[in-house]
Design a protein around this ligand. Sequence first.
Ligand code: PLP
Length: 266
Amino acid sequence: MIGPGPRAWHAALTIAGSDSSGGAGIQADLKTFAAFDVFGASAITALTAQNTVAVTHSEAASGVMVSAQIKACLDDLPIAAIKTGMLANREIVQAVASALTDRNLPLIVDPVMIATSGARLLDDDAVAAVINQLLPLATLVTPNLPEAVALAGADLPTAQLGEKLLRSGAAAVLIKGGHGSDKIGQDWLISANRTRVFEWTRLDGQYHGTGCALAAAITALLARGESLDDAVEQAGAWLHEQLQGALKPRRGPLRMLPFRPPTACG
Ligand code: PLP
């Protein structure tokens, strides 16, 4: 029997923590990749027991286990872009940085530190390793404003926060205004030669997993060959669509994204 011929496919790798609720972390990343028709592979850094109320338990993997998962994926699959999310501790940050050195693939670093529900997802003493070892490898780092301030070590205006993170070695920085309260939110995309500000209308309510989903959508679009500017713009439009169709859990205050394919974009 003659089967279908080989089909071109796009694949991306997420290195992040598992969120049992399915709204953030690895689960959000893989559902986002699927929404953009990108084959998702994963290296799991930690297991978390959580829902939209709280993270009730968390256990990190060893650095060796994280490196082995990354190597297994990169050695076999046509990975075209990589994203990092929750990295839990310094040992894992170091393992990820050394596994990705010299791989020369687009790398999106989402510097996840504290969940919207309040739990710490990165040890304090791992922040320096993120700055010194991971940012120099990053095509794009995607902090929200509080994360940008923590990484820069100073509460500066957005443009200066971006410049400081570029000096750490990231090729571009997307500082997200999602945690603010202005009716019109702004995301600043800053690179060495230009700054672009994306504006969007803030919706009521609070949402789970938005940072993971945005960074994963950018990663998927880069894996599909889009430019960084187009990927950021299309990912933002897609996220806005997902927020408009968000789902209400039974108990918790945060809404979940449906992770549907893009309609008006992409
Ligand atoms: N849990 C895990 C495992 C994550 O990777 C992330 C990512 O940011 C979160 C929770 C955060 O979710 P939230 O968007 O609700 O802050």
